[in-house]
Design a protein around this ligand. Structure first.
Ligand code: BGC
Length: 269
């Protein structure tokens, strides 16, 4: 565990934490002192791996399976989390999928799957977390806030994305979802914010960075000149979950190497 422990004594739940950004966030929160629920669906071995890495670093973690798009599974997961840790201080809504297709070829199933996980899943988990934060209230020795919710959005909450309209629509939806509940919950000292990652090396976009040709093409979209790493996002999540960001409410922190800066205009326009 790290010496700097801004989340000491806090309990966190990270959805989709068996790989990619979620796994890095779970490890970083644990390193910062939080006890962490590693949520996963369908891949217990990867979730166990994340938990055992946290244990090896003297952290506290437990893996819980739930499909975040299913209300009964979400309710059961939050009950189990409370049984394990007593309460919850931090939710990282992270579980997300892509089901890409040209618009006119897109099936209703591809549309529904993405909206169900990326948007309905955030609703179901945030609602349960907020209920727990309201029930318990602020515990000053733990945090200045009654609870923190971080939504993993994407640069595609503002950048349109042809061939991925279900995904872009879900992320645009997350933006207004996050801002609306941030407004509603702030008087109760619950802070809700988003992180909008750009291109981060994870399984979801492997094809975009795994060959040198693909990576070179991707870098044309990234002024900072490197593809992001899950740890770039994890560090932002620790900060947003901690009291260091206590006055940060309803904002989206873009962690994208400048992807939103209209890179095409660097030499054009
Ligand atoms: C997507 C990735 C993509 C990145 C930048 C993310 O939200 O999941 O596939 O590489 O946005 O376009």
């Amino acid at each position: 565990m790290a010496d700097y422990q801004p989340l000491k004594g806090q309990k966190a739940l990270v959805t989709g934490a068996s790989s990619g950004i979620g796994a890095a966030v779970a490890k970083a929160l644990a390193g910062a002192g939080a006890a962490v629920v590693v949520n996963y669906v369908g891949n217990p071995a990867s979730a166990r791996q994340v938990v055992s890495e946290i244990h090896s670093a003297n952290g506290v973690a437990v893996a819980l399976e739930a499909d975040v798009s299913q209300e009964t599974q979400v309710l059961a997961m939050f009950d189990a989390a409370r049984r394990e840790f007593g309460t919850l201080d931090i939710l990282v809504n992270n579980a997300g999928i892509q089901r890409d297709s040209a618009f006119t070829q897109m099936t209703l199933d591809q549309w529904n799957q993405v909206i169900a996980t990326n948007l309905t899943g955030y609703f179901l988990c945030a609602r349960e977390a907020a209920r727990e934060f309201l029930r318990r209230g602020v515990v000053p020795s733990v945090s200045k806030a009654a609870g923190k919710i971080i939504c993993m959005s994407s640069v595609h909450q503002v950048i349109p994305w042809a061939g991925h309209v279900n995904y872009a629509a879900s992320k645009g939806g997350i933006m207004m979802f996050m801002e609306s509940i941030a407004q509603e919950l702030a008087p109760h000292r619950i802070r809700v914010n988003s992180i909008a990652p750009g291109a981060i090396k994870t399984p979801i976009n492997r094809a975009a960075w795994e060959t040198p040709e693909a990576e070179a093409k991707l870098l044309e979209l990234i002024p900072y000149g490197r593809v992001g790493l899950p740890e770039d996002i994890a560090r932002a999540a620790v900060w947003l979950a901690s009291d260091e960001s206590d006055y940060v409410v309803g904002t989206t922190l873009f962690v994208d190497g400048g992807m939103c800066l209209y890179p095409g205009f660097a030499t054009g326009g």
